[in-house]
Every structure is written in C-alpha cells, then in structure tokens.
Design a protein. Sequence first.
Length: 156
Amino acid sequence: MLSKVVSSAVQGIEAYRVDVETSIANGLPHFSTVGLPDNAVRESKDRVEAAIRQSGFTYPYRRVTINVAPADVRKAGSSFDLPIAVGILSATGQTAMGRLEDTLFAGELSLDGAVRPIRGVLSMAVAAARSGIRAMIVPEENVSEAAMVQGLRVYG
C-alpha cells in the first residue's frame, strides 16, 4: 500500500516542495525514514504513532517506510509529522483523503493528536502557490500567516 503527500521544507527563508511517500508492507513491524531526515524527522515515528492511536485510528504494525523526497537535500524539523500521519492513514485506507497532490500538509503532532504550530509557514505558502498547490492544511495558529498568500485555500 502506497501513498504520497505533499509537504514543504524551509532552507533559510526559501521553501521547497517535499513529497512524503509512504509504503506499508507485510513483514516485521518496523518504521524507517529515508531521504536525508534530521533527528527531529526521524523522531516523528513516536509522535505520529501516538497521535494516530489517540485520534482513534489504528497504527499499522507492519513494515512502514517513509521517503522524504528529494533525497539529496536534508530535511529538518517536526513539520513533517502531519504529512507522515496523513500518508499512513491514506496508505492503510483509514481515511478517504481524495486528491492529495494539490494540497500541502505541514504541522507538528503532539502525543494526544493535537497539531502544534510550526515555523516557516509563510515561505511554505509562497512556494506552494508558485508550484500550483491549491490548498494548505496547517496548524490553526499558522492559518493567518499562510492566508496572506492569495490564491491559496488554507485550513487549520
């Protein structure tokens, strides 16, 4: 089972697109993140698993592989928690997200499933609009920041 969710990373003041690809496969339970993730991205496993469970969904006890692409650029921060969780829920068929390719997801998850604010949302919104993304789902506290970009629907 595969899914792909659009997200973004910030380098300096510029943001660039990151595709969060999720593969759920048979095998011993294991979670790995590839694509030059930093420690915060690697640690997302525990936040995502707890948030999925606390939100009433089932965490897959299978082989979970997350690829944050492009693989040649280091990805930093906790803003990938939300797209990783959405990818897992989509790949396991627990949510009918519809078309994911024109919506950008970014946000840190708390262990209880709440979405925490992140940095760099304005840069992410500008880059998203330039690349044809039509909507963003971000933490509630970041909605007004992302909404400054015209032509982009923003949800919190």
